[in-house]
Design a protein around this ligand. Structure first.
Ligand SMILES: *Cc1c(COP(=O)(O)O)cnc(C)c1O
Length: 374
């Protein structure tokens, strides 16, 4: 039963003001929703809105999930031993330096839960990943937003923006939705400039997509900078977005604190076995990388041929200036192509398109060409 409006207001007033003023995260439109709304054939819809892996999942990962299904009546291993052991071996770290999350989004939340609160602040860049201001505000902390430099993080300005009450500095590298990348030298300069009471969260969700010449070893910095929090995910290059699993690599003292605010079974059992298997599926990640590079070129060339500017991307997506983005977005939907509007990121003229299969990319480009002419 719906309460009368005054009652609704009274009820919402029970939440602190910083919760009431949260603008909810806007996810990419699910295929099923567009099918319902426009009566399109599901097979005719292309979703390039959430930076998902167009290749699906690797064969080993699928086999591991199949094998684990029978045990789904049991609670997962709340400590994620197998996955942590595999990650520890991969990165040459102790298992107690790893925090697992229900997606890396959960790890970001754990940082904010454990270290932010009223009378504390966090520094972030304009156009940065939406979860940073959300997780900051949900704890009653203040966001200090630093203007971007050519759509990317201005790391020198971010270091300078730190105030006495700052406890967290959020960095996405590459950043979503801009695809911009800061070289290792700039990040290390920031780590040197920032006081150690500020946790530097380095979100590397797209790390596996970096071209060889841009790759850098952030894990080795953990020894020198105990305030560094590296966050990675299985949602992108490993193809496990639907299962929700990510991880943080941190000083064991920070891991201990983050584990205190974590739900005891935050990562489900299928996610644990799938991620452990996926970590070994090197061939799949290599293929994801190679296909993505081709797809980025296809999209880049395609939008250039249409006379549009794109922000050079280091991720698995491309953010393109289309002008009246809200209109173009709707016209694309009518043609069965779902992309992501990014006005809420301060980019009202851009649309973000995820790299799909060659065929999906071609369908997007054709639909975009038609939508621009409409
Ligand atoms: C996609 C993405 C994530 C990953 O989210 P999950 O919760 O792991 O699915 C984290 N950070 C950024 C910048 C992203 O784009």
């Amino acid at each position: 039963m719906n309460a009368p409006l005054s009652k609704v207001n009274e009820l919402t007033a029970l939440a602190p003001e910083y919760v009431r003023s949260i603008a909810p995260y806007q996810p990419g439109k699910p295929i099923s929703e567009l099918v319902r709304e426009l009566g399109l054939d599901e097979a005719a819809v292309v979703k390039l809105a959430s930076n998902e892996n167009p290749l699906g999942i690797g064969p080993r990962t699928r086999a591991a999930i199949d094998a684990a299904l029978g045990e789904i009546c049991r609670y997962p291993d709340g400590n994620g031993f197998e996955l942590k052991a595999a990650l520890a071996a991969r990165f040459g770290l102790d298992m107690n330096a790893i925090v697992l999350g229900n997606g890396s989004n959960d790890v970001l939340e754990l940082v904010s839960l454990a270290f932010l609160g009223p009378e504390r602040s966090a520094v972030l860049s304009a156009h940065a990943f939406a979860v940073y201001p959300l997780a900051t505000q949900a704890r009653g902390a203040r966001s200090i937003v630093v203007p971007a430099k050519q759509f990317g993080h201005d790391l020198a300005a971010m270091a300078k923006a730190v105030e006495a009450d700052t406890r967290v500095l959020w960095i996405a590298n590459p950043n979503n939705p801009t695809g911009t990348f800061a070289p290792a030298s700039e990040i290390e300069a920031l780590l040197q400039a920032v006081p150690q009471r500020v946790l530097v969260v380095l979100d590397e969700a797209y790390n596996e997509y970096l071209p060889l010449e841009s790759k850098y070893d952030s894990v080795k910095w953990l020894k020198r900078y105990p305030n560094l929090v590296i966050v990675r995910t299985f949602s992108k290059a490993y193809g496990l977005a639907g299962l929700r699993v990510g991880y943080g690599l941190v000083h064991p003292a920070l891991a201990d604190i983050m584990n205190r605010v974590r739900q005891p079974f935050n990562v489900n059992s299928l996610a644990l076995v799938a991620a452990t298997a996926a970590l070994d599926d090197m061939e799949f990640v290599a293929r994801s990388y190679a296909e993505n590079l081709k797809g980025l070129r296809q999209l880049g060339d395609g939008v250039e041929a249409l006379g549009l500017d794109a922000i050079p991307s280091f991720g698995n997506f491309l953010t393109v200036r289309v002008g009246k983005a809200a209109d173009i977005y709707k016209r694309l939907l009518k043609r069965g192509v779902i992309v992501r509007p990014v006005a809420s990121y301060g980019l009202p003229e851009h649309l973000r398109v995820s790299v799909g299969t060659a065929d999906e990319n071609a369908r997007f480009l054709a639909a975009l060409a038609a939508s621009l002419k409409e």
